[in-house]
Design a protein around this ligand. Structure first.
Ligand code: PBG
Length: 337
């Protein structure tokens, strides 16, 4: 139970809100650069930075430009970037063969970044959707997303990504049994130190809409992802998924989307006390940018407040498309470490 304050006027809450230094002194949670994971979209070509229309300010970058961005992020102290491939439509097939190609776009980008910017962590999604002509995270047969057959693909995908140099694998596919399969494959192939951040509490959400545009999956997606992602009404189930993934070998867990699911973040952290992350997803980013463009909110203030909320909710870090800009601001305001 929180300490019950003395009655007024012995206690005046406003004494601690009186001015900026007092508020700084008594603030319980803070956001720092080391809390940030920056998602980046990769496309083919050279010298390209192509805007994503549904996510103002976000680009699809060719590998050389992703390397530049990774270098700038490392200079700011951002610990990890998460790479997502925008795969050419001609490389999307129903067998998702490109997912397990050791030289696919995301694996080439990973190698290039590792060579040029060795000090930044690289996280890669394990899921078939960027490579699937059906747009789903798993193999589809007769309209059904197949679980066990998909696991065999995810295992191969994880191995080629680990081989390319990924530091953290983020299984985001929501197939049952995936964490165990991936962990066994990593151990069996001597990738002892490849970490898994499981998208454990990943909800079937309309907030992913702009991301699917960014990776070119929205046109391809047939139906929705409700047969594998968690129903928006379920908190107990999300906790069971976290327990299961930890049991199967996840090192870190994630809640996704972020802001509409802050209650889940708090529950996961208080129940399991493990490294817990949230993904502030594309729809959350787009809402902030769109409202700001209309002059309805103060963009910069909302951007910082929304991320601080994740720390207050119990998260150890957050994936955010605002990460780069936020890191620049934090560095400017508090460069004393
Ligand atoms: C797919 C994946 C998605 C996101 C990350 N990995 C979309 C989905 O599940 O459809 C969403 C990220 C975002 O919306 O910012 N495996």
């Amino acid at each position: 139970m929180p300490q019950i304050p003395a009655p007024f006027p012995a206690a005046r809450a406003r004494r601690l809100r009186r001015n900026e230094w007092m508020r700084d002194l008594t603030r319980e949670n803070a956001l720092s650069v080391s809390d940030l994971i920056w998602p980046l979209f990769v496309r083919d070509g050279t010298g390209i930075e192509e805007p994503v229309s549904s996510m103002p300010g976000v680009m699809r970058r060719s590998i050389d430009k992703v390397v530049e961005a990774a270098n700038e992020a490392a200079n700011l102290g951002i610990p990890v970037i998460a790479l997502f491939p925008y795969t050419d439509a001609t490389k999307k097939t129903s067998d998702c063969a490109e997912a397990v190609n050791p030289d696919n776009l995301v694996n080439r980008a990973t190698r290039a970044i590792k060579a040029a910017v060795p000090d930044i962590g690289i996280m890669l999604d394990v899921a078939l959707d960027p490579y699937n002509s059906d747009g789903h995270d798993g193999l589809v047969q007769d309209g059904i997303v197949l679980n066990d057959e998909t696991l065999m693909m995810l295992e191969q995908q994880a191995l080629v990504q680990a081989e390319a140099g990924a530091d953290i694998l983020g299984p985001s596919d929501m197939m049952d049994g995936r964490i165990g399969v991936i962990r066994r494959a990593l151990e069996g192939n001597e990738y002892f130190d490849t970490a898994i951040m499981s998208y454990s509490a990943k909800f079937a959400s309309a907030f992913y809409g702009p991301f699917r545009d960014a990776v070119g999956a929205s046109g391809a997606l047939k139906g929705d992802k409700k047969t594998y992602q968690i129903d928006a009404g379920n908190a107990d189930e999300a906790l069971r998924m976290v327990a299961r993934d930890l049991d199967e070998g996840a090192d870190m867990v994630m809640v996704k989307p972020g802001m509409p699911y802050l209650d889940i973040c708090t529950k996961v952290k208080s129940e399991f006390r493990v490294p817990t992350y949230a993904y502030q997803v594309s729809g959350e980013y787009a809402m902030i940018e769109a409202a700001a463009q209309n002059g309805w909110i103060d963009r910069d203030k909302v951007m910082m407040e929304a991320l601080l909320a994740f720390k207050r909710a119990g998260c150890d870090g957050v994936l955010s498309y605002h990460a780069f800009e936020v890191a620049q601001r934090l560095r400017k305001d508090m460069d004393f470490f």
